[in-house]
Ligand binder design. Structure first.
Ligand SMILES: Cc1cc2nc3c(=O)[nH]c(=O)nc-3n(C[C@H](O)[C@H](O)[C@H](O)COP(=O)(O)OP(=O)(O)OC[C@H]3O[C@@H](n4cnc5c(N)ncnc54)[C@H](O)[C@@H]3O)c2cc1C
Length: 398
């Protein structure tokens, strides 16, 4: 991946400044997820709420020094998300906006569905949810059990089921519920849902990391929806189901990788700032860690460019997500270790970074799932080699 061009460097520079505004509230948000509601004047809050809205629906896109940014490409999202996560990963996940649902709506929504979704986002800062995972598991999306059942009078549908670990579930006012209308892969679907609908209940799920994301469980008790809310009704069952979903996940994965890179960078910055005197061996290790972060950053950008070119080709995105998660976990633990025993108590921000890093393992598919995708790509000759394999400064090879 070449260096960022002028436009993307501009975006990165501004996003870095917006992230710095958020950092002072990182630990507060970790203690109380409602802190984000009091940050409406923060620049990142304001911009995130209106990003990812395509040009056709967006009368006032973000303009920086005469350049327009929509964040509808994976590469732009990667640049933005890395910087905001470098400020604070919990905050990154707590901000309002189109988020993951926006990518799905852009991929498979019809014109009316997109108008409704983006129109709501333009009205006011709005949180969205993306409800795929169920209590019985999230990895096997095709095994989900939530049902959409057509009313006997043919006037609509009802959603019934349970979802779990859903980001922003309690503060969202709309989102996407993955469900099935019938058995087998052709029965899979996703629907736009308003959280004020009858039968929709969200409750908090306590977590150790990324507490700002305020994960929740959804209880869907015959939630009424219209046929117009069934996403991709203009597409074939395959295209609005697993085909469309896979492309959406491929587009999202580099973004999670970028958040992991941002978190690793934040931990590295913390060591630089707070361990002013380093032994020569510690200085060497710090330099190796910085080099490792840069390598994974490049892999992540390459993955974003690859999915922007072909969203059906997700193997680089899987490699980046796998590698970046391992990096974030390794670097945050190394950073804690460099402050000696008691670091978890003496360095509360680093302790939080290490807890947040562990959560990345589960977002957008676990490491095992990414390994399977990378192995399948290797098998069919899609890679010349496995990018990033080999021992690392903080984690060793795995
Ligand atoms: C911070 C955070 C935010 C999240 N946000 C959302 C959200 O907004 N929306 C949403 O829908 N979900 C969300 N999730 C849930 C996340 O997507 C799931 O945790 C993830 O998909 C894994 O599902 P699971 O936890 O049910 O584990 P399972 O699917 O039950 O897997 C358990 C273990 O088995 C392994 N495993 C499973 N299948 C295989 C296989 N075929 N081969 C090898 N190993 C396998 C997995 O790697 C894992 O280690 C979030 C999770 C976190 C931590």
């Amino acid at each position: 991946m070449p260096q960022l061009d002028h436009r993307l460097r501009l975006l990165r520079r501004h996003a870095r400044g917006w992230a710095a505004e958020l950092r002072p509230y990182a630990l507060d948000l970790d203690g109380d997820p409602d802190v984000v509601l009091r940050l409406r004047d923060a620049t990142a809050f304001h911009h995130a709420a209106r990003l990812q809205i395509p040009a056709a629906f967006n009368p006032s896109p973000l303009v920086l020094a005469g350049e327009r940014f929509l964040l509808t490409s994976a590469l732009e999202r990667v640049v933005f998300c890395e910087e905001i996560a470098r400020g604070d990963l919990g905050m990154m996940l707590a901000l309002p906006g189109a988020s993951m649902s926006g990518v799905l709506v852009a991929a498979i929504g019809d014109r009316a569905q997109q108008e409704w979704f983006y129109g709501r986002l333009l009205e006011r800062p709005t949180w969205t949810f993306f409800a795929l995972t169920e209590p019985d598991g999230g990895t096997d999306a095709a095994g989900l059990r939530t049902r959409a059942t057509e009313s006997t009078d043919g006037c609509g549908w009802h959603l019934t089921g349970r979802k779990r670990y859903i980001s922003n579930a309690l503060r969202a006012s709309m989102g996407v519920v993955f469900h099935r209308t019938g058995d087998g892969p052709l029965g899979l679907g996703a629907a736009l849902v308003d959280t004020t609908a009858a039968g929709f209940t969200a409750t908090a799920v306590p977590t150790l990391g990324v507490r700002g994301a305020q994960l929740g469980a959804l209880h869907l008790d015959a939630v009424p929806i219209t046929a117009e809310q069934l996403l991709g009704r203009h597409l074939s069952p395959m295209r609005r189901g697993s085909w469309g979903w896979q492309r959406t996940f491929n587009l999202l994965r580099p973004t999670v990788a970028a958040m992991a890179v941002g978190l690793a960078q934040a931990a590295c910055d913390h060591v630089r700032e707070h361990r002013r005197v380093l032994r020569p061996d510690e200085r060497d290790l710090l330099a190796r860690v910085a080099g490792e972060i840069e390598g994974v950053r490049r892999l992540t950008r390459r993955a974003a460019v690859a999915v922007d070119a072909d969203s059906g080709s997700g193997h680089l995105a899987s490699a980046a997500k796998l590698r970046a998660t391992r990096l974030a976990i390794g670097v945050t633990r190394w950073a804690l270790g460099s402050f000696g025993p008691g670091a978890r108590l003496d360095q509360p921000l680093l302790d939080k970074f290490a807890r947040d890093a562990t959560a990345l393992e589960y977002m957008e598919g676990t490491g095992n799932v990414q390994r399977l995708a990378v192995a399948a790509a290797l098998d069919r000759g899609a890679f010349d080699g496995y990018p990033g394999v080999g021992p690392t400064a903080t984690t060793g090879g795995r």
